[in-house]
Ligand binder design. Structure first.
Ligand SMILES: [Zn+2]
Length: 53
């Protein structure tokens, strides 16, 4: 089961545990940061309030 449609901001600890490989892909070489949740990601699609780094 993928995390399609779910932002990284919404991942809870179980999502992180279950999809740690995918998480590593999403946060590798971060280009965006979420202004609200302080999470960083390669694509703005997985953040709720993305801002370019
Ligand atoms: Zn967010």
């Amino acid at each position: 089961m993928g995390k399609e449609g779910k932002t990284l901001c919404k991942w809870d600890k179980d999502d992180i545990k279950d999809d740690f490989k995918e998480l590593k892909k999403l946060v590798a070489e971060p280009r965006y940061v979420c202004r609200k949740c302080a999470r960083a990601a390669k694509t703005d699609k997985v953040l709720c309030k993305p801002e370019e780094l």
